[in-house]
Design a protein around this ligand. Structure first.
Ligand code: ZN
Length: 415
């Protein structure tokens, strides 16, 4: 009788999606190369359909099939093994049908490495004023022609199936990390139901990996419930969502470490929307493998170059006669060829300056993660972090207290 009542209580879609997920081996394997004996950091080889990704990895964000200010060839030359495509923008224009005709987003942008696409939901909630969330999906008015459009879990997966990305993200019910009260629980529970609908809707599970997104706001109990439920699903990977949206950093790292404590060891862990160097290094220590953020490319367009000691504002007068490269230790095409003085002068008259700084900033992020990985493999990650912090901050007093606490929680004391 117990079995019968369980059957009755289980919605048919959930039952189906479990079977579907179990029946198809995921087109992803995670090989753990090394684990830090002190912290929760790990270095992995993440095998995806287009190539192997060395983790920890930062994934640059391309908005409409191209990286703003950089070509697919240049990105490849920097050693980028995976980048993001934006489902909302690509779904609106040029539209999934056209991209499918071009052999998916890989063919359309002529990108031979891996692609991750988001669900489109976050853009809708954050960019479109007139969006409304119901159980069916997210309804919004198209900014292009004013038509009302419903983005359901099924529609999001259909678009991502057309794009042909190696990793697809589930549609989740996104609330700002600063929202509190019953809406947080509602969004978390709905995200679980939408995950099941996304699993069932994936028409290409042997080629495209669907990642679940852990929600629950800043409430440890809700996060734990979401972790318990979502990890019952046999999805190829998990993302930690709903963070990095203006919450206190102390809440941020506690939710990250709670999540990694309960995510399965043998699957990749993707922390969404994180890209500041300090956050990356700390969250690797807390056990995250994958990161993305528009910050490095967006800040480049304002003339801000990322360097091991923070950032360098190319526009500032002090660089007008400075013939050193942005970072003398950086071997990116920009630093090999151009001086601060040249970029300073160019910035005043030509968008090419933004392009050069974008290349440097992406190179900086990729190199940072390569160094992090190497230190994990060589068993010296704690020393790497200490040296990184010494270089980034002029004095011990300037270390952010949240970073000190987060690192202490994984046995790293900063002298
Ligand atoms: Zn450089």
């Amino acid at each position: 009788m117990a079995a019968t009542s369980a059957c009755v209580e289980t919605p048919p879609s959930t039952d189906m999606s479990f079977k579907k997920a179990l029946a198809v081996a995921s087109p992803l394997t995670l090989h753990i190369v090394a684990e830090c004996p002190v912290t929760k950091a790990r270095a992995c080889d993440l095998k995806l359909p287009h190539c192997v990704v060395s983790t920890p990895v930062f994934m640059p964000v391309g908005t409409q099939g191209t990286m703003k200010g950089i070509t697919a060839d240049q990105l490849d030359a920097l050693g980028c093994q995976i980048c993001l495509g934006n489902t909302y923008h690509l779904g609106m224009r040029p539209g999934p049908d056209l991209i499918e005709k071009a052999n998916g987003l890989h063919g359309f942008m002529n990108w031979k490495n891996n692609l991750l696409t988001d669900s489109g939901g976050f853009q809708m909630v954050s960019l479109v004023e007139l969006s409304e969330v119901t159980e069916e999906g997210v309804t919004f008015k198209s900014p292009y022609d004013g038509k009302t459009i419903l983005l359901s879990p099924e529609k999001s997966i259909a678009i991502q199936n057309s794009l042909g990305s190696d990793i697809m993200m589930q549609l989740d019910d996104v609330v700002s990390s600063t929202v509190t009260g019953p809406r947080v629980e509602e969004a978390m529970q709905r995200s679980i139901r939408w995950l099941d609908r996304c699993i069932a809707a994936n028409s290409n599970p042997h080629k495209q990996n669907l990642f679940a997104i852990i929600q629950g706001g800043l409430n440890a109990g809700l996060r734990k419930t979401c972790l318990d439920e979502m990890t019952k699903r046999d999805v190829p990977g998990f993302a930690i969502g709903g963070l990095s949206g203006g919450e206190e950093k102390d809440d941020f790292w506690r939710m990250v470490t709670l999540s990694t404590d309960h995510l399965p060891r043998e699957k990749p862990r993707y922390l969404m929307g994180v890209g500041y160097a300090v956050d990356l290094v700390v969250c690797v220590a807390l056990g995250c493998d994958m990161f993305d953020c528009v910050f490095p490319t967006r800040t480049a367009r304002f003339g801000s170059a990322l360097v091991p000691w923070g950032s360098l504002q190319v526009k500032h007068k002090q660089y007008a006669k400075d013939f050193k490269p942005i970072d003398p230790d950086c071997r990116c095409p920009t630093c090999k060829r151009h001086s601060r003085a040249y970029l300073h002068a160019l910035f005043k008259s030509d968008t090419a300056a933004m392009h050069h700084i974008t290349i440097h900033n992406i190179a900086y992020q990729l190199n940072l993660m390569r160094s992090v990985r190497q230190s994990i493999v060589q068993g010296r990650f704690p020393d790497f972090i200490r040296a990184f912090m010494r270089r980034m901050f002029p004095s011990r007093e300037q270390y952010p207290s949240w970073a000190v606490d987060a690192l202490a929680s994984v046995n790293i004391t900063l002298e």
